[in-house]
Write a protein that binds this ligand. Structure first.
Ligand SMILES: *Cc1c(COP(=O)(O)O)cnc(C)c1O
Length: 322
């Protein structure tokens, strides 16, 4: 197993130049209510307002931009039921290449429609009887497609790191920074930017309590695998960190924290009611952890990465009505 971190902040800087003009430079929001609640200055980097509704567009667009002419003409393949599918489909369309997305038969109709809407060729598989990785790899082999995974790839990590780079450029150094954690592409990329631009900042990865494989891995010093966790944070239902993401997280992150689904719902409500923004459950992980820790954050300057806002309206309504 390769356990040395190979992606660097220089790669993030190069990614920022590649995605400029294609990705949104998302706003950094503040809230007087939050600042009063915390007795601190809190900055929200709003990737729910990124193209296709999540930061994943950054990594996908950066990775696809680096394809050779031959790779472009054959196209990209990805397997995902979530935001990575839409990110790859949109990035491929903008770069003029075909995209094949492998999605489970029970993926939400809205997500399948959104992926098709971006021009993706959707291949449906049976979650219970077929293996999506095998299908993805078979398609890649048969048709010469390039497989882009959702987090465990140097170009994806570098692209995801551009959100934190923008945040620090706007706010200057911070004392603490909270980032959602699934497979670790966002946290590893954010770690590279944090150590380059705000070396003294405490950096926390945040997972759902039911899926704390990252916390276990961080403490054990080796990648721990778990069963698919039961949580409303569907973007963080990953079973393990990656070979590329883990070494960076282990080296550059201060701690991995967990929060409950109830805390995520409370944050979704707060975002909707007080800040007038729609945030999906996974996107609330960072804010939920910061709220829990707020006594320690008094007088500090705090960053929170809000990772995405893609949620079915009926589901959102259910959470808001509670
Ligand atoms: C994918 C995703 C995450 C987790 O990102 P990783 O790079 O897998 O850690 C968090 N939030 C949202 C909205 C996502 O789509």
């Amino acid at each position: 197993m390769n356990t040395t971190a190979s992606t660097t902040y220089e790669d993030v800087v190069a990614a920022a130049a590649r995605i400029a003009g294609a990705a949104n430079r998302t706003p950094v929001l503040t809230s007087r209510t939050v600042d009063e609640e915390f007795g601190a200055r809190v900055f929200f980097k709003c990737e729910n307002l990124q193209r296709m509704g999540a930061f994943k567009f950054r990594g996908a667009y950066n990775a696809l931009s680096k394809f050779t002419p031959q790779q472009r003409s054959r196209g990209v393949v990805a397997f995902s039921s979530g935001n990575h599918a839409q990110a790859v489909a949109l990035a491929a369309r903008l770069l003029g290449m075909p995209a094949t997305i492998v999605m489970p038969h029970d993926a939400p109709a809205a997500k399948v429609a959104a992926t098709r809407g971006y021009g993706g060729n959707v291949v449906i598989y049976d979650r219970y009887t077929e293996d999506r990785e095998q299908i993805g790899r078979a398609l890649a082999d048969q048709h010469g497609l390039t497989l882009i995974p959702p987090y465990d790839h140097p170009d994806v990590i570098a692209g995801q790191g551009t959100a934190a780079k923008e945040l620090f450029e706007e706010t200057g150094p911070l004392d603490a920074f909270f980032v959602c954690l699934g497979g670790g592409g966002l946290l590893a990329g954010s770690a590279l930017s944090t150590r380059a631009l705000a070396p003294g900042c405490k950096l926390y990865g945040v997972e759902p309590e039911a899926g704390n494989d990252g916390q276990q891995s961080f403490r054990a010093g080796a990648i721990v695998h778990i069963d698919t966790p039961k949580t409303i944070a569907d973007g963080a239902q990953t079973q393990h960190l990656g070979q590329h993401t883990f070494p960076i997280i282990r080296r550059d992150v201060d701690d991995i924290l967990t929060v409950t689904d109830d805390e995520l719902v409370a944050c979704m409500r707060f975002f909707a009611e007080r800040m007038k923004i729609v945030v999906e459950p996974t996107g609330c992980l960072g804010f939920a952890a910061a709220r829990r820790m707020r006594a320690e954050l008094k007088g500090k300057r705090v960053g929170i990465l809000v990772s995405g806002g893609n949620i079915d309206l009926a589901r959102l309504g259910g959470f808001l009505a509670g």
